[in-house]
Structures are given as C-alpha cells and as structure tokens.
Design a protein around this ligand. Structure first.
Ligand code: FAD
Length: 387
C-alpha cells in the first residue's frame, strides 16, 4: 500500500536536515530519508566553516539559519583565525578569517536531531528510488510513499536531479587524510596552488588541533592527465617544498574521498513537485569548494517554500528566485572567478603572476566571490595567450 505524505526529504546532510526542520516546524508531516546507517558517517568533508560574521560577508543577502550561527561546542573540533594561501613558487599571503572546524559526524547528527525535535520522522539506513512521482524506499524502513513535495538534498549524484532531467554536474574530485602527529600552524587553514601538486584545484591543510589536521587535495578530472588522485595527495605530502616539512612523520588516521560540484547550478532546481538543495543543486562556492553554508541556507529556503505551497501562500515555482535573492549572485560569481583562475591554473608562471598582482585583501575578496580589478584585466590578457 502506498503511504501519502506531505514532504519527503531525501538526504540527511546539512541541506536535507535544515529543509526537514523548516518544513516540520511549519507544521508539515515530513520524512527525512538517508541511506547511511548512521547519519553523518562516514564523513566526506574537511569540516571548515567560517564563523557567522564571515558568512554574512560571503552571502550578504542570505538569512543564515540559527544552526549556522549557534553551533554546539561538541560539534566544533577546533578554531582557526587565519587563511594562508601558497602560490606555486612557495610564496604565501595570509589574511584573517575566523573559522570553525566541524566534527561533521556530530554536526550532521545534531542537525538531524533538530529536524526530529521539530516533528520530522527520520529514516536512516533507507535508500530512496524515484519513479513517476512514487518514492520506493528500500532498506531498514522500506515502503512505498507518494509525497506531495520531494526535496532532493541527496548530494552530488542526486537521483532527484536525474529524475528532473538535469545534465550531469561539473565536479571536482577530492581525497583527504586525517593525519596525526603533524607539525602544522594550528591557527591557519592553508591552501596550496600548483599545477604539479594539485592540477586544476588546490591542496589544503585544515587543522583539527595542534598536531592533527585534515590534509587533502581537490582537482578536476580534466586536469589529471592519467594521474591517480592518491598518487597526487601522497606526492603533496611527501615532496611539496613547504607542506612536506609540516607533514613529515604524520600518520594517516582516516581516508575520505568524494566529489564536489564545481560549476554552480546546472539545469533546473525546481520541477513539478521536486526541489533541489545543497550539492544536489550545485550549491557550492566554486572558488573554495565550500558547500556547507550554502547547503544549509538552501535547505532552509526549500523547507519554507514547501510550507508556503502547502498553505497556499506561494507556489513551488518561487523557489529558484528565492535562492537567487539570497545567494545567487555570489554563487554565479564564484563560478565566473573559477573560470578566470582556470586560465591561470594551466601554468604555474601565470598563477605566480596572478598571485603577485593581488594583495592579501584582494585574495580574500576572490575567496568571497568578489572580483578584484587585477583579476579581470589579467584574465582578459590571458585569453588566447599560449603561456
Ligand atoms: C573531501 C571533501 C572535503 C570537503 N571539505 C569541505 C569543507 O571543508 N567545508 C565545506 O563547506 N565544504 C566541504 N566539502 C563540501 C561539503 O561536504 C558539501 O558541500 C556538503 O556536505 C553538502 O551538503 P548536502 O547536504 O547538500 O549533501 P551531503 O552532505 O552530501 O548529504 C547528502 C546525503 O544524501 C544521502 N543520499 C544520497 N543519495 C541517497 C538516496 N538515494 N537515498 C537516501 N539517501 C541518499 C547521502 O547518504 C548523504 O547523507 C567537502 C567535500 C569533500 C568531498
């Protein structure tokens, strides 16, 4: 027998749990479904999240959910105060950014628990399949349901996006180790650019404490030229002139791997009774690969729009414009900047020149998806260059 339900949210990551909490708080009957047996685990994330004051500059028009502002201390592993960026030549520039490093396992469970307290039913260990508006759930809470509204918060390989007929997203691929006994600067989240050590992307060191860090590399497949991601990360750790000294002797405690959308939204984020939020919708800042804050804002909006539809206050078709109003400009600009920087990433010489041309404040603006003048003029000069 098919069960009728008002709102089904597929995926209990940051987007899905925020959507489920908003919809349940608005009075809807909500199911929050995740294929993971234990919500939040395994972790596929560096966990870096700027403080709310930084996020309000990153997305000045967005109404940040309370859950982005007040995070329980038990979900925060560490705090950083600087962001340091290394050019291929090894020069660095740094600027203040107050950051939190999340325990994603604890954080995702905290968000799902909030959705549950708001009234959502949570179904872990349950995989969703979608055919002709019917949700077939297999696994622990297997059943068939016919939702009035479906929120696809099911990550980069979203089945809801596929059902909407969207093209496959442009992705970066990431590999990350949690490493202990490393000799890092615990106050700084670091990014390393280099065609050799991180082709078409960057490598990072995100401190989790004074001698423990997430160390990863995120690249685009088209830049790999047959190289394997584990070899690239191992080479960064072993041979990078600056990072190798910090990481020598470190031991790997965990290996995390996953795709990150890198081209913004592709296709529709609303069709019929379906909405997409978070990675499923390409809601990731293309300049940094950071997706947690956008996922949570989009989830909140999706839940609110669903309630508006059920109460006859607004149609679901309002969803794309609500997203555009809150962070559409910043998301589009981040993709535009990434495309400009792509030109430079083809050669370390260009990347070094760009790095030299930008002040620390301008680099911070780039990270916030604001386009400083030197980037525009240099990118124009590079078009057609064969450097
Ligand atoms: C290695 C790595 C490092 C990263 N580091 C950072 C970082 O430091 N800071 C940052 O902001 N972002 C980072 N990101 C990106 C960030 O993790 C994502 O943008 C964020 O998790 C998106 O949240 P989401 O809720 O949209 O999707 P997800 O967190 O991916 O959640 C989607 C959920 O859907 C579930 N699901 C999928 N399909 C189904 C199905 N058919 N049925 C049921 N459940 C399903 C999955 O199990 C999953 O729990 C990183 C990503 C990677 C891969």
């Amino acid at each position: 027998m098919k069960e009728d339900i008002l709102v089904a949210v597929i995926g209990a990551g940051p987007a899905g749990s925020c959507a489920a909490e908003a919809a349940a708080a608005g009075g809807a009957e909500v199911l929050l479904i995740d294929k993971k047996s234990e919500i939040g685990s395994p972790v596929q994330c560096g966990g870096f999240l700027p403080e709310a004051v930084e996020l309000s500059k990153l997305m000045p028009c967005a109404r940040l959910p309370q859950t982005l502002k007040d995070i329980p201390e038990r979900c925060i592993l560490h705090r950083t105060r600087l962001q340091r960026i290394y050019s291929p030549s090894g020069k660095h520039k740094e600027f203040p950014v107050a950051g939190r490093v999340l325990d994603r396992r604890a954080f995702d469970r905290h968000l799902a628990a909030r959705a549950a307290r708001a009234g959502a039913r949570v179904l872990p260990a349950t995989r969703a399949h979608l055919a002709k508006g019917i949700l077939q759930l297999s696994g622990h809470f297997g059943r068939e349901i016919r939702p009035q509204i479906i929120i696809g918060a099911d990550g980069p390989h979203s089945i809801v996006s596929r059902a909407m007929g969207n093209p496959v997203q442009e992705m970066g691929i990431c590999l990350e180790y949690e490493m202990a006994d490393v000799n890092i600067d615990a106050e700084a989240a670091e990014m390393y650019f280099s065609a050799h050590f991180a082709p078409g992307g960057y490598a990072w060191i995100i401190p989790l404490g004074h001698d423990i860090a997430n160390v990863g590399v995120g690249v685009r497949a088209s830049y790999l030229a047959g190289q394997k991601l584990p070899n690239i990360l191992d080479r960064f750790i072993r041979d990078h002139p600056i990072a190798a000294e910090k990481l020598a002797g470190g031991e790997v405690l965990a290996v995390m791997r996953g795709p990150v959308p890198s081209g913004g939204t592709r296709g529709a984020i609303q069709k019929g009774n379906m909405l997409l939020a978070g990675d499923a919708a390409g809601h990731v800042m293309a300049t940094s690969g950071g997706g947690i804050p956008l996922a949570m804002v989009a989830g909140r909006i999706a839940g609110e729009v669903a309630i508006g539809q059920l109460q006859g206050k607004n149609p679901l078709t309002d969803y794309p414009s609500r997203i555009r109003e809150e962070f559409g400009i910043e998301l589009a600009r981040s993709v535009q900047i990434r495309k400009m920087v792509d030109l430079a990433m083809k050669s370390d010489r260009l990347m070094n020149a760009l790095f030299a041309a930008l002040s620390p404040a301008q680099i911070k603006s780039v990270m916030r998806a604001q386009i400083p003048a030197p980037l525009v003029s240099r990118a124009c000069g590079w078009e057609g260059s064969n450097l």
